[in-house]
Design a protein around this ligand. Structure first.
Ligand SMILES: NC(=O)c1ccc[n+]([C@@H]2O[C@H](COP(=O)([O-])OP(=O)(O)OC[C@H]3O[C@@H](n4cnc5c(N)ncnc54)[C@H](O)[C@@H]3O)[C@@H](O)[C@H]2O)c1
Length: 262
């Protein structure tokens, strides 16, 4: 299923997309380019440079930064402002469960790693982008959360995404009078090409692969449509919320999970 391209929907908009080397982030960022926007593709993986080079357009630029640090988030926002003159929209997409396992099987360091991966980049990027949006007097932030705020074998990730939902609502309340919207989507399980950058660099053990299968079963059973979504089905609502069509929507988290509300 392909989402229609809305010709020119992001013309004259400068958009920063995080985690843009692959998956949902790359699909979102490249779609914004097709719809006329200037886009900074941010990722800590060097392959983001190739991904951008392949698009063959000056309206796409790459930035390698580790967004688990505040300095990385500041670098990315400064890069976008230097390259394109300002920032209009930030799409915070970095995240993803590193490990699937029952909560009692997580080691303390693994719990922290999930929070660093799926909460801190969005917290830091929201903080780092605000001066740019205040300067412009307007802006939109779209956070990519998850319906896995309710789900098995990924409790720390659920907690991180619950944090994303909370910061979306609280920040939206704080900055609405400054003409800034803050919104989120909560995707369900999504089919995507094999990852070039794995979620877990150590690889999954046989036992973890079994726990992953339990998660897939749970995800399919918990949604009305009994299936995973496609990349296009995740891209479309993110871009709608990022666009001016959603000008009266702020503080909302939109479930995009076949009826599973998370
Ligand atoms: N794929 C799904 O089924 C699914 C379901 C629900 C929610 N989500 C959410 O959607 C978002 C994207 O998921 P995906 O599966 O496309 O991701 P992915 O794991 O395929 O890609 C994530 C990208 O982020 C980059 N990245 C990771 N940590 C980073 C850091 N500290 N700094 C900069 N870049 C970093 C990686 O290099 C990678 O390119 C995530 O927030 C995820 O939680 C995904």
């Amino acid at each position: 299923m392909n989402t229609p391209v809305f010709e020119g929907r992001f013309r004259d908009k400068v958009v920063v997309v995080t985690g843009a080397a692959q998956g949902i982030g790359f699909a979102v960022a490249s779609r914004v380019v097709s719809e006329g926007g200037d886009v900074l593709f941010v990722d800590r993986a060097e392959i983001v440079r190739e991904a951008v080079a392949d698009l063959c357009t000056e309206r796409a630029a790459a930035c390698v930064a580790d967004l688990e640090t505040h300095a990385g988030a500041e670098t990315a926002m400064r890069h976008a402002a230097d390259q394109f003159g300002r920032i209009d929209i930030l799409i915070n997409n970095v995240g993803g469960a590193i490990r699937m396992r029952p909560y009692e099987a997580f080691e303390p360091g693994q719990i922290e790693a999930e929070i660093r991966r799926s909460l801190m980049p969005t917290l830091y990027c929201c903080h780092a982008v605000l001066p740019h949006l205040f300067k412009r007097g307007a802006g939109t932030i779209v956070n990519v959360s998850s319906n896995a705020t309710r789900g098995i074998h990924r409790v720390p990730y659920s907690a991180a995404k619950g944090g994303i939902n909370a910061l979306t609502q609280s920040l939206a309340m704080e900055v609405a009078e400054r003409n800034i919207r803050v919104v989120a989507t909560a995707p369900g399980g999504t089919e995507a090409p094999p990852r070039r950058v794995p979620r877990n660099a150590e690889g999954d053990t046989t036992q973890e692969q079994g726990w992953m299968r339990d998660v897939v079963t749970q995800v399919k059973q918990s949604n009305f449509m009994k299936r995973y979504g496609t990349l296009s089905e995740q891209v479309a609502p993110i871009l709608f919320l990022a666009s001016d069509e959603a000008s009266y929507i702020t503080g909302s988290v939109l479930p995009v999970a076949g009826g599973d509300l998370g």
